[in-house]
Design a protein around this ligand. Structure first.
Ligand code: NAD
Length: 244
């Protein structure tokens, strides 16, 4: 969930999944994305391309029914979705509006709970739920603001879901990805300077690459990750460990 275009992290993840032999389903948000994502799905040989706006419970339910009817079960879910109003990613955090706060939480954090509820019943032999987070959940990153608070909630959702779904052999983890130039990232004021900052200080002396994030998702989805749940896995060129 979360392929909008070729720059989307979900697109890199889908490519890595296919490379390793997975059959993938792509979902898109609304008619505006339909054509692009259908084209990308065709290029990838996706088994299904379907609409799913995560703020609409009916769309989540309809997708779960479609997957159940066509495939019977699901092994992994990649939730690569976030949204905040652009003005909330540039003005002071103190100025965050009630509605801006709520929309960021709904789309970026609650949607993981809603999606897990819809799709966990399809993970009949256990499964893996993976979401995408960012360092701004646990540290203050200039202009990340309301999205940092939403990512903090998202990471807490990962832990609560992991605790509850463990009995069904469903693992729930997040990848905390380093900054990558995508459509969403461009909405954060000063994003280019974030990339420069990370490249100048990270142990790898560069930024994380989309393929590295995607391959970590394959690990978490596959049996190689069978012992891992409730974790936040940093794939960020090592930036998060630096104190100074
Ligand atoms: P992106 O813009 O390509 O992907 C965001 C996706 O969220 C889009 O496909 C969009 O359609 C989808 N979306 C938004 N609202 C939705 C809704 N109501 N229903 C369904 N889908 C909806 O950008 P991206 O950078 O690939 O973001 C993917 C995830 O990775 C996000 O959770 C983002 O916070 C996270 N992340 C990104 C970076 C980065 O630097 N790019 C770093 C760490 C984490």
């Amino acid at each position: 969930m979360g392929v909008a275009n070729r720059w989307s992290l979900a697109w890199s993840i889908a490519q890595s999944f296919v490379r390793e032999g997975a059959r993938v389903i792509l979902t898109y948000q609304g008619d505006r994305q339909k054509e692009t994502v259908e084209e990308l799905g065709a290029e990838l040989g996706a088994a299904l391309v379907a609409p799913c706006d995560v703020t609409q419970d009916e769309e989540l339910q309809a997708l779960a029914r479609a997957i159940s009817a066509r495939f019977g079960e699901l092994d992994a879910l990649v939730h690569s979705i976030a949204f905040a109003n652009r003005e909330d990613l540039s003005r002071p955090f103190l100025e965050t509006s009630r509605s801006g706060y709520l929309i960021a939480q709904e789309v970026s954090a609650y949607s993981l709970v809603a999606a897990a509820r819809a799709f966990a019943p399809l993970m009949k032999n256990g499964g893996s739920v993976i979401t995408l987070s960012y360092l701004g959940a646990v540290r203050v990153v200039p202009n990340y603001n309301v999205m940092g608070v939403a990512k903090a909630a998202l990471e807490a959702c990962v832990r609560y879901l992991a605790a509850e779904l463990g009995a069904a052999k469903i693992r729930v983890n997040a990848i905390s990805a380093g900054p990558v130039k995508t459509a969403s990232a461009r909405g954060i004021q000063g994003f280019s300077s974030m990339l420069d900052h990370v490249a100048s200080r990270a142990p790898f002396q560069r930024n994380a690459e989309p393929g590295e994030i995607a391959d970590a998702a394959v690990f978490l989805a596959s049996d190689l990750g069978r012992g891992v749940t409730g974790n936040i896995l940093f794939v960020d060129a090592g930036y998060q460990l630096m104190g100074m």
